[in-house]
Write a new protein. Structure first.
Lengths: 390, 188
């Protein structure tokens, strides 16, 4: 199997620019735990557009919104929202985290994102996922027993549509395609398509075997506990004949900053706890949440300096190309999220980019495997080695 | 405080007989406790299909919600083929990882033979601890000879059940107090 480097890394990450920084929203529409009030669905949807504009202004590289079809979410039609964001922004890359491919037709998904790519003049990206909340299977008429196969078949077809201008295909979950032209062709060739991966290595292995970039999401835990997933991804890619160094990795999780870590915990906890109760049925134990300010934790909560150190440490461990912070979860007021975006843009992003920029030549084939080499960060700038705090 | 008394079998009467007594005893020991008796023989449960517990409807949704909402759960299980019955395992499978975090869980087993005494220890407790329960020790083991025509006829079993209920209530209050104090100390 041979794919050129453009296909493996359609975004074209430049190591001399350092780690890319993104913001993502699940698209949740939750009450503010402080007073139980909730903005209207319309206001919430327009907030996403406002956040994307603010993120662009603050120097973020990427903004994305997820697809969810259940109570307490407002981004069911996430591609439509991305269309609006494409119009409202001019330079920030935009995408989905994630598009639930299992319950959609890959032809229409490709049409949507190719269109967003044109509206945004070549800034669109698609992250395909299997859904962590599965109520949408019933809503959209799919059988949960096909959970894995639905995604695998549709993801294969999506990649084939991207690869071939004239597609002939047959499968289990969609009518066959016979020399079908899926139009419009996107402005970027190829359109960046990622695979969403939870913490477990199994899904990362599938992404690696397919030679597609992965977005690895995490709710909590230590940075080092996610390293096996990254290793499994690169190993699978190499096994399938792809150059792991050319395959980008993004990580995604909670991000919240305040002058001190204690204030950060205070400011974020009610939103996470109440929001998780409503969307997953279980809150976040305080004891676990308190550990998230530990330098070894993968959750980026703390003072700007603490967060910079955490992200540099994560970069040292993973050698990833993009980090996505989830900032607006759980009914956080609009003004507060805007303030977060501003602080992150002024105090966190410049430092992260400075210390992760590879000042040497472009990454060599082995650079992605070398834990620290790719980062180019001075040793003093990163936190001390992670310890297990399970 | 909310306590769920769960009769874990969908056939037979022995476990239900014992759990009826357990529910009465909880109410007798502390009338302020909200007791919910769930008998899986009376609930129309579907098999777990991996969805979140909040997404089930009917009896399945009602049972999972009651368990998740409880401060303590007293589980009664018969022993079938040297293990817990499928109906009870299904309840565990319906619940999320860590479902028993910050909950106290006690167990009562009914069995046709004393040879099954270690079955709860080997088959039930590992599930409860995996799901992060604070398990009440010891469990109560009830044999067929302890029951007669829908009644517990062993004074010893009654004494042990009384102690189990008392321990469950005391431990639930104690763990709640410890947690409250600890969480207040976090300052967020």
């Amino acid at each position: 199997m041979s794919e050129n480097t453009t296909t493996l890394d359609p975004v074209g990450f430049d190591p001399t620019q350092g780690l890319q920084f993104g913001m993502y929203s699940l698209g949740d529409h939750l009450p503010n735990p402080a007073d139980g009030s909730r903005v209207s669905a319309g206001e919430r949807i327009r907030e996403f557009v406002g956040y994307a504009q603010a993120a662009e202004e603050a120097g973020f590289d990427f903004f994305s919104v997820g697809e969810s079809h259940q109570e307490f979410f407002a981004s069911q039609a996430h591609a439509v929202i991305l269309g609006a964001i494409a119009q409202a922004t001019s330079s920030i890359r935009i995408g989905s985290t994630s598009t639930i491919l299992s319950t959609s037709d890959p032809v229409r998904v490709f049409e949507n994102f190719a269109t967003i790519d044109h509206l945004s003049e070549g800034r669109a990206e698609l992250v395909a996922g299997r859904a962590s909340r599965i109520g949408l299977f019933e809503l959209l008429g799919y059988d949960l027993r096909d959970y894995e196969e639905l995604f695998e078949e549709k993801f294969d077809l999506l990649l084939k549509i991207r690869r071939e201008e004239s597609v002939s295909w047959s499968g289990q979950f969609r009518a066959p395609l016979n020399n079908a032209e899926v139009l419009p062709r996107p402005e970027q060739n190829p359109l960046p398509i990622w695979r969403a991966v939870g913490g477990a290595p199994a899904s990362a292995v599938k992404a690696g075997l397919a030679g597609v970039p992965m977005v690895m999401a995490h709710l909590g835990g230590t940075t080092s506990s996610f390293k096996p997933t990254v290793d499994a991804y690169r190993q699978a890619a190499r096994h399938a004949g792809f150059d792991p160094a050319a395959l980008p990795i993004a990580t995604a999780g909670f991000l919240y900053t305040a002058p001190t870590s204690q204030e950060a915990l205070q400011g974020l906890y009610p939103h996470i706890n109440e929001g998780m109760k409503r969307t997953n049925g279980q809150g976040m134990p305080k004891q676990l949440f308190a550990q998230s300010v530990d330098p070894a934790s993968i959750v980026n909560i703390g003072s700007p300096q603490q967060i910079v150190e955490k992200i540099l440490h994560q970069h040292e461990v993973f050698g990833h190309q993009r980090y996505l912070g989830q900032i607006d979860f759980g009914g956080m007021p609009y003004d507060r999220v805007m303030k977060q975006i501003e602080t992150i843009g002024s105090e966190i992003i410049p430092a992260v980019k400075k210390y992760t920029a590879d000042e040497g030549t472009a990454a060599s084939a082995e650079a992605a495997d070398a834990p620290a080499g790719a980062a180019g960060a001075p040793a003093g700038a990163v936190a001390t080695a992670a310890e297990e705090h399970v | 405080m909310k306590i769920v008394v769960l009769s874990g079998s969908n056939v037979g009467t022995k476990t239900r007989t014992v759990m009826d007594y357990v529910a009465q005893t909880v109410m007798g020991q502390d009338p302020d406790i909200e007791v919910t008796l769930i008998d899986l023989a009376e609930a129309d449960m579907v098999f777990s299909d991996g969805r979140n517990f909040t997404e089930y409807s009917g009896d399945t949704g009602r049972v999972t919600a009651a368990i998740m909402d409880a401060d303590a759960i007293i589980i009664g299980t018969p022993i079938f083929q040297a293990s817990i019955p499928a109906s009870l395992k299904n309840v565990f499978d319906l619940l999320p990882v860590g479902a028993f975090r910050d909950k106290v869980v006690a167990a009562v087993a009914t069995a046709g033979s004393a040879k099954h005494y270690l079955i709860p220890q080997q088959h039930l407790l590992p599930i409860l601890t995996y799901m992060k329960a604070q398990v009440v020790s010891p469990y109560v083991f009830v044999e067929e000879r302890d029951l007669h025509r829908g009644q517990i006829v062993s004074e010893d079993v009654i004494a042990r059940l009384n102690r189990l209920v008392e321990d469950t209530i005391v431990l639930t209050k104690t763990y709640a107090a410890i947690r409250e104090e600890k969480e207040a100390a976090y300052g967020f």
